[in-house]
Design a protein around this ligand. Structure first.
Ligand SMILES: Cc1cc2nc3c(=O)[nH]c(=O)nc-3n(C[C@H](O)[C@H](O)[C@H](O)COP(=O)(O)OP(=O)(O)OC[C@H]3O[C@@H](n4cnc5c(N)ncnc54)[C@H](O)[C@@H]3O)c2cc1C
Length: 404
């Protein structure tokens, strides 16, 4: 069977797969991206998608390395400059603003499809990258020191490096026999796309209650996304309400900041965390959700994926500069060593929030209120903001967060 050869084969053209292609191509590598599903075209008159993400300034700086960031802003995104976190019953109440860390914003809320399309538009101008879509790899394996990828249309491709960017259910990860540590949370989350009577005031907020957090993410204009964490049964019940009934339930149970709420669309997600037992093999690397899935509580999932991209790019560039076989496991281990630790730390932090905040335990209540109050002190606050923005915080603050 004739084969087409590339330097890098990427399975999955979502946010992380397309992101990696756009960055690695700057090293002059020849790259093929395979995506099974064609995303629908963007049109400003479309309703907002349910799947949105808070992109950190670090993710922004990765996207700014290509035209993707300006493409994204030309579609739609909502910058937020404030973030408020508070406990429903208690004195813990913390508001951050971008000025406290000399930043112009804390992040942007963007529809996942918009980020993906912005990257795809950038790829169109990069001759080193070929995007195959719709095209689904069905078999991947290593033979004669090369990675092989067979698609559902019967075409065979080879490359030095195969990257799994095919999400939490990664077929590539499974075909290379990499196991995962996985656990399901008891809570699920309901996500509703809403119109709000009052303006958003460029703030994203999260209120902790005994049954789970309630959050609001702003979108352009008087739009936003309401996220309601609760026991999985209750989330399913809420999801079955009509949009009008759900709007009334949100107004009854959520803070009153937004005035009348009109629900436009709703969905729910079961929550799980999952971590691949290894990120690399000879000729293979896992990135994004294929490597790790975390509780979306603090909106860090794809931001970690973009940090994987920056790290893998740097590791490959360093090896190439030293004339090494950059696709070999002994080189790629540096990527695994740096990213697996950082991703696990973020998972543990999310677990601390999940278990520490969603209960009525009196001692924990004092501890978390005290922690939120302590975090108002400016050196700690600066570090907590930096961590929430996906940036490096001082190790003592990281330890404090872990011990919450
Ligand atoms: C409710 C919720 C809220 C979230 N909020 C945030 C947030 O605010 N901030 C944040 O950073 N993260 C957030 N996340 C996490 C974020 O959505 C994920 O981390 C992100 O989508 C992962 O991107 P990915 O490209 O790695 O994987 P995916 O988005 O899963 O993309 C994988 C791609 O691979 C394709 N694919 C799969 N299998 C194949 C195959 N065999 N062949 C070809 N293509 C294939 C798929 O079609 C898809 O396009 C949230 C998650 C949830 C559930």
């Amino acid at each position: 069977m004739p084969e087409t050869s590339f330097d890098v084969l990427i399975c999955g053209g979502g946010m992380t797969g397309a992101g990696l292609a756009s960055i690695l191509a700057q090293q002059g590598l020849k790259i093929a991206v395979f995506e099974a599903t064609q995303p629908s075209k963007f049109d400003l008159s479309q309703a907002f998608d349910l799947r949105i993400s808070a992109l950190s300034p670090q993710t922004q700086s990765v996207l700014e390395r290509t035209r993707a960031w300006q493409n994204l802003l030309a579609m739609r995104a909502c910058a937020y400059r404030h973030m408020r976190v508070w406990e429903m019953q208690g004195f813990g109440d913390l508001t951050f603003h971008a000025g406290q860390v000399q930043a112009s914003e804390l992040g942007h809320i963007v529809e996942n499809r918009v980020t993906q399309l912005a990257l795809w538009q950038a790829l169109e101008e990069i001759p080193e990258v070929t995007l195959f879509c719709p095209q689904k790899p069905v078999t991947t394996y290593r033979k004669d020191n090369l990675m092989h990828l067979l698609t559902d249309t019967g075409e065979m491709f080879t490359g030095k490096l195969l990257v799994a960017a095919d999400g939490g259910q990664s077929m590539v990860r499974e075909q290379f026999g990499i196991g995962v540590n996985r656990s399901q949370y008891q809570q699920a989350c309901l996500v509703a796309s809403v119109n709000t009577e009052l303006g958003q005031q460029d703030i994203t907020w999260q209120r902790f209650t005994a049954t789970g957090p309630q959050a609001f993410l702003p979108l352009p204009g008087q739009h936003g996304s309401v996220v309601w964490y609760h026991q999985a049964d209750e989330v399913r019940r809420l999801h079955q309400l009509s949009n009008v009934q759900l709007g009334a339930a949100i107004m009854q149970h959520f803070p009153q900041q937004l005035g009348t709420i009109e629900v436009l669309e709703k969905g729910y997600f079961n929550l799980q965390k999952q971590h691949a037992q290894s990120y690399v093999q000879d000729g293979l690397a896992l990135i994004g959700d294929a490597a790790h899935m975390i509780n979306p509580l603090a909106g860090q999932g794809v931001n970690l994926g973009f940090q994987d991209i920056a790290c893998l790019d740097a590791v490959i560039a360093k090896a190439r500069a030293a004339g090494k076989d950059w696709w070999r496991a002994d080189v790629l281990f540096e990527y695994q060593r740096r990213r697996r630790w950082a991703n696990r730390l973020m998972m543990q932090t999310m677990d601390a929030f999940y278990h520490g905040f969603s209960n009525e335990h009196q001692g924990l209540k004092w501890l978390r209120n005290g922690t939120l109050a302590l975090a108002r002190l400016s050196p700690i606050r600066r570090n907590v903001i930096r961590y929430a923005m996906g940036m490096q915080a001082s190790s003592s603050v990281v330890e404090l967060i872990r011990k919450l």
